[in-house]
Design a protein around this ligand. Structure first.
Ligand code: ADP
Ligand code: ASP
Ligand code: MG
Length: 410
């Protein structure tokens, strides 16, 4: 008998029929004698609908009030799922995040979980209940409702699994595991039987939204056994996120290709080339709480240089307003921007022991005439910024260049 936390994504609870199917699946696990905590997301499209409603009233909604609205989607699904479980003849009880004291900081719309009071949950489990806890939400010290950022139910589930010391946290979604790349873009993508935490963290932070980044961080930190599975299939082991790396002989060089369409590039031309200028530019951006991703400074000519960096696309207007002021202060010539770019990345721990990955990647892109605008590397990833119109082509070309289509299931 095990204690299992199961998270079901929006598509998996997208209709009453699907909610009934989830209840049936939970009932099968329960019948095997396991204790089950279920964490549903809102019905698919619901969180987007709620945020759009808020923006109809207020184009830039007060973040506290936005969280009050956005968190309601999950309150609907916990109630409906509990009813469906009861219809299956099970004892079931639902709780919102604040009810089970999912304590977070006060960063509305992207709050971090600090602790969870597991006492009530344990009591219910002991009394034979399936406990249904709303994903995506918590409350801060003062009792304000908070949400955990888009895709945050994954993190709710992992945090609950950590608090309850569950045997496994299962993330049920609309694909049957983590693939070598998004199967919607590359139909030849292959499911991985396992992937290391380190690689999954890179994949998630480089744009693979199959798991929220924080859920992977949390699972790594608290040693939660984390598995991604399909809610539409009865068979299959899904993908296990593991600590161990494979033996180097079996280790593929590249495990996956990630991409992100949500970036924009800014370039400041004619920046005086002297100490302190890069800092002056980036400090102004950081003060506005805007994260900067890839940074490039060109070589200097005539005492000036060009300075480029990328930010999240939604932050571009704010960044340009800031740079307009900074431009005058540092006496730069011009600020240019491009929001039709994307980032494509190759990820793999095998890169550490294999030279030549970058040249292979750049050659594959060059052969398709895809121009690389920016490059960034770390120990286990190489990212390039390219024109957004080449995204699908680049993903497929790299998937092929690194032999990911042919590789057997790992
Ligand atoms: P849920 O609503 O269940 O949380 P998400 O839409 O957040 O589902 O995540 C699942 C989706 O992630 C898949 O439908 C798939 O298109 C996308 N995805 C992106 N990269 C990958 C990948 N490497 N492997 C599997 N799915 C991926
Ligand atoms: N419902 C939230 C969202 O759409 C949380 C989640 O689905 O994980 O972002
Ligand atoms: Mg998700």
């Amino acid at each position: 008998m095990a204690l299992i936390v199961q998270k079901y994504g929006g598509t998996s609870v997208g209709s009453t029929d699907r909610i009934r199917n989830v209840a049936k699946r939970v009932a099968r696990w329960k019948a095997q004698g396991h204790d089950i905590v279920v964490v549903p997301s809102a019905m698919s499209g619901e969180t987007n609908r709620l945020i759009a409603l808020a923006k109809e009233i207020s184009p830039q909604p007060d973040p506290r009030e936005l969280d009050v609205v956005a968190s309601t989607g999950e309150q609907v699904t916990i109630g409906l799922l509990s009813m469906a479980l009861q219809e299956e003849g099970l004892k079931a009880k639902s709780y919102t995040g604040p009810q089970v004291r999912v304590l977070t900081d006060s960063t509305f719309t992207k709050a971090r979980i600090l602790s969870i009071d597991d006492e009530r949950l344990r009591r219910d489990l002991q009394a034979g209940y399936v406990v249904v806890v709303a994903g995506f939400q918590g409350a801060d010290e003062a009792g304000n409702i908070t949400t955990l950022g888009r895709g945050g139910s994954d993190t709710s589930a992992v945090a609950l699994a950590a608090a309850l010391k569950a045997d496994e946290c299962q993330i049920y979604t609309d694909v049957d595991g983590v693939y070598t790349t998004d199967p919607r873009v590359e139909p030849e993508a292959r499911k991985l039987n396992s992937i290391t935490f380190e690689e999954m963290l890179e994949m998630a932070s480089l744009g693979s939204k199959v798991l929220q980044i924080r859920s992977v961080e949390f699972a790594g930190k608290y040693k939660v056994k984390l598995r991604v599975l399909s809610s539409f299939q009865d068979e299959g082991e899904g993908t296990l996120i593991t600590v161990e790396e494979k033996n180097p002989m079996e280790q593929p060089i590249i495990s996956g290709i990630a991409f992100n369409r949500d970036e924009a590039k800014v370039t400041i031309l004619g920046v005086p080339d002297r100490p302190g200028i890069a800092c002056q530019i980036l400090e102004a951006v950081a003060e506005a709480n805007i994260d900067v991703d890839i940074i490039i400074q060109n070589i200097s000519h005539d005492g000036t240089t060009d300075f480029s960096f990328t930010v999240a696309r939604v932050e571009l207007p704010k960044t340009l307003r800031i740079l307009d002021t900074v431009k005058g202060q540092i006496n730069a010539r011009e600020v240019l921007s491009d929001n039709k770019i994307c980032k494509v990345s190759a990820v793999g721990v095998g890169m550490r022991s294999h030279p030549g990955v970058a040249s292979r990647m750049f050659r594959a892109l060059a052969e398709e005439g895809i121009n690389i605008q920016m490059i960034s590397t770390s120990e286990i990833k190489i990212s390039v910024i390219i024109d957004e119109k080449y995204l699908e082509l680049a993903v497929r070309v790299l998937h092929k260049a690194f032999g990911l289509s042919e590789s057997a299931e790992r």
